[in-house]
Design a protein around this ligand. Structure first.
Ligand code: GDP
Length: 427
């Protein structure tokens, strides 16, 4: 068959590439969402002007922006309320880990201390001294801790919320910042009620605790406060998922993904949301691969940019907590042996360092991708048609490969999560 017709047939298999200028078209069809808007517009413009290197530069700038977006979370509450334990749980770090915020029943948090997320250095949790442990009134306290830098505040209490908590919340509100009341150590409450009541019902117990906290806050002037019941030892139980949903809803769009990707895998739903957030970015990687493929950059002009795939897949593993340090931390916090966690992973990417060789090996096993890569090589020799054809194939290859790898790793993440919690559900 004539090579041009062969290539055209291949394109028809990919509905993403209905148009020969599929890259530009796909970008045109991308859903415009706040933070991504400028990038989509800039890239489209660069492609329309046939300036692929500018398009590549814009996409790269977008990814750099995503990775460096700061998220500062302030955790405050009286001494012993469970701030440090929450900080550690949020970062999936065991209290005994050397990077853990020190915890204990004695007063351990008297200074403002920052704890960077182990996988996302731009995400920082701040363990703030309880307002009662300082001599400042609420407004001066906020000045003292430098409230401007915080994206939101979490006010923790292990009993009812006190006057200080309320004053602080009111002052935070005045400063135009968000706050969330977290009632901690719920596992303790549930356990002790269970021991003392003959007809124990967990839902009723939780509703009573919530009601008690809300009534207390209402008495102090809050009309409709929301209180999240949390156990830092069991973030997958109680209201942590509700807290996460509220944060996600109320954060500006460009911070939402940063929060989501840095969260511990506390539910199958979070794993799924992470997957969707990562999936939404694949079209940009594919475009990057396409435009870089069409530019004569030494060492980068192939059907897929293997270096980029290695980097992206390595990031996927970290996001899903499937890299070895994250698995070790999970083993430490759950008590499930590392080998048992590793044993449930089924993808060929699992528990291995992602290298160019490994990626190439997996790609060569995938017939569609391998044939597309081969076609890409000779499509460059087709006069006029060559460059857009190569771009389209690069886009299609990268798009397919990243989606395939992402799906594999998401399944592994679900399996590890299920194993870590001792759930039997087969994923
Ligand atoms: P901080 O002073 O506010 O930082 O409080 P810590 O995080 O040091 O916690 C004080 C004590 O409460 C420690 O012994 C923790 O182990 C314990 N603690 C904290 N959070 C929880 C929780 O969710 N459940 C239970 N059962 N204990 C907790």
């Amino acid at each position: 068959m004539n090579p041009v017709r062969k290539t055209t047939r291949l394109f028809q298999q990919y509905h993403l590439l209905e148009d020969l200028l599929g890259v530009a078209v796909t970008i045109k069809q991308c859903r415009m969402e706040s933070f991504d808007d400028w990038m989509v517009v800039d890239v489209k413009e660069a492609l329309q002007n046939n300036d692929q290197s500018l398009a590549a530069e814009n996409i790269q700038r977008y990814f750099d922006g995503c990775n460096n977006t700061p998220l500062n979370i302030a955790i405050t509450g009286e001494s012993g309320a469970g701030k440090s334990t929450f900080v550690n749980a949020f970062r999936s770090i065991d209290n005994k880990d050397e990077r853990a915020a020190p915890t204990g029943v004695v007063e351990t948090t008297i200074e403002l201390t920052s704890y960077p997320h182990p996988n996302y250095p731009s995400v920082t949790l701040w363990d703030l001294p309880g307002i009662g442990t300082t001599s400042f009134p609420a407004d001066k306290y906020l000045e003292h801790v430098g409230f401007e830098k915080f994206d939101f505040f979490i006010i923790i209490s292990d009993t009812r919320f006190r006057e200080n908590d309320v004053k602080l919340a009111q002052e935070i509100q005045k400063m135009g910042k968000k706050f969330y009341f977290v009632r901690s150590k719920i596992d303790n409450d549930v356990r002790s009620v269970k021991r003392s009541q003959r007809e124990f019902n967990e839902e009723t117990t939780l509703a009573q605790i919530r009601e008690y906290c809300i009534k207390g806050l209402q008495k102090q002037g809050f009309e409709s406060p929301q209180v999240f019941l949390v156990s830092s030892f069991d973030l997958h139980l109680y209201d942590f998922y509700l807290l996460e949903e509220n944060l996600e809803r109320e954060l500006p769009a460009h911070k939402r993904d940063v929060l989501l990707l840095s969260l511990p895998n506390v539910s199958l739903e979070i794993i799924n949301k992470k997957k969707e957030a990562l999936q939404a970015k694949i079209k940009y990687y594919a475009t990057l691969s396409a435009v870089v493929g069409a530019v004569p950059v030494p060492g980068m002009s192939s059907a897929v940019d293997i270096g980029m795939i290695v980097g992206v897949v390595t990031q996927y593993k970290v996001v899903f907590g499937l890299d070895i340090p994250s698995l070790e931390r999970l083993a430490q916090t759950t008590g499930v042996p590392l080998d048992d966690l590793r044993a449930v992973m089924i993808s060929p990417l699992a528990a291995k360092k992602i290298t160019a060789d490994l990626v190439m090996k997996l790609l060569s096993q995938c017939i569609t991708t391998a044939s597309l890569m081969a076609v890409e090589e000779w499509s460059r020799f087709i006069p006029i048609f060559g460059i857009p054809a190569a771009m389209c194939i690069s886009f299609a290859c990268t798009y397919k490969i990243l989606n395939t790898f992402l799906n594999m790793l998401a399944i592994d993440a679900q399996r590890v999560f299920t194993k870590a919690l001792g759930l039997d559900t087969a994923v």
